[in-house]
Design a protein around this ligand. Sequence first.
Ligand code: G4P
Length: 531
Amino acid sequence: MEATEQVDKRRTFAIISHPDAGKTTVTEKLLLMGNAIQLAGTVKAKKSGRQAKSDWMALEQQRGISVTTSVMQFDYQGHVVNLLDTPGHEDFSEDTYRTLTAVDSAVMVIDGAKGVEPRTRKLVEICRMRDTPIVTLVNKLDRECMDPLDMITHIEDELQVECTPISWPIGSGRSLRGIYRFDKDELKLYEQGHGSTTFNYDVIQGLHSPEAKEWLGADYDDSMEMIELVKGAGHEVDQQEYLEGRQTPVFFGSALQNFGITDLMDVFVKKAPSPLERETNEGMVSPYSDSFSGFVFKIQANMDPQHRDRIAFLRICSGAYRKGMKMRHVRIDRDIKIADAVTFMAGDRARVEEAYAGDIIGLHNHGTIRIGDTFTEGEKLQFKGVPNFAPELFKRVRPKNPLHAKRLQTGIKQLSEEGVTQVFSMMSNKDVILGAIGQLQFDLVAFRLANEYGAECAYEPCNIYTVRWVDSDDQKLMREFCARTQSQLARDGGDHLALLATSRPNLQIIEERWPDVSFSSSREHASIATP
Ligand code: G4P
């Protein structure tokens, strides 16, 4: 098959949701539909905890959560779907955000009773940074849900995005009768308890058909009126608006009951973008370009006790990976032969022979690869858009044993390069502050420092609200700024200058006082450090 066809077939996406909205259940059903797993429950098993496989997994089990995240590839209706898992519960971390930099689109799962919840809002914000298109699933229709019209208004108000319903629910919870597909004029009939074994629900063609009237009975007139109302007000999906993230096609369904999920997926593979071009310091790179290129968005340690190494997750942006090929590791300017890249078919490691733009491959890494690194077939370019995000949680760290200070320093430096945590060295004293997005990141750092670097650490609370990376072209201004705000300034792991604000008002005052200094809530990797 032609490489261009391979690119066109691919859909690389992530599911964004607040914990418990149903991400795992949807994932499970998608994998079932793609025949990637035989039994529902495979994905779930990660959560409930299997035998501990390694020290790393012992921590995972102790917390009853999944530390390992995966990339799942499966075929669906002639498409190759790459689903990137976004860590969600306690394992929510910067990896969750960064995974969104490696996808071309997202599916947002919302709990039909609860609506938009805080984490969904935050993840949509991250998607906005790159105008990532989003398809929405309002889930748990088999339970009592918000009125669908209210839900649409709620999503539009909360997320500032125009909703285009593709399907519409008739009832919810005990009174759920079915869903109506506007584009197909088709009614899908809900039958309780039918769903865990099959996706095949009966359909009736035509809302005005005698069969529809008969099925809906006393509910017919009201349902009909509502659907006509939505249709009348409704707008068809404007592909461009969707691709630019301003409009979201909306589906209603129940992942648990397999109801409405095929509708979502059928439309998703048709509408969602195939691999998009990506920005580099040398301009845009087309996925159709023959020359191989990609970037690392995540590094995972000790995923498997049989392979006690780190795996760098690389998103292919152009060309093809072929087993045994040579790649240029651009930052260190060295060619390396990649004989054994891996992929993660529904949780199992498999060797890749060939992979194309949109695919994710795992590179074995013995400490040389960092988040944001670019790999090419020789070209000197650097992909943009794999940033550090301003952490939301902060702790001061120190070695329990002062004699282990050096080890601790080495460990923290390496772990920050792997993206496990962010590190800030205060300029005014020798304090070292760790920054994270999820609480678990601190536990992982402590665990790995002790296990891999032989340095136990202690955390202390610190009064930091957020971080802004600061910069200005005016060197004189920067010197003055640094002199005045020195007690709040730090160097991050990449030696970039950062302001650690103690509160929102504190940040506001400083920003207002220094209008010509730029304050950024994210920082590109591998960009050139401030002198
Ligand atoms: P998450 O990954 O987003 O955190 O959510 P997950 O799929 O684990 O779902 C959270 C809970 O919601 C689970 O129940 C799951 O069964 C339930 N759920 C998901 N989709 C639906 C749905 O469409 N309808 C209904 N009624 N429930 C749904 P749990 O009791 O926490 O777990 P479990 O014991 O069922 O595994």
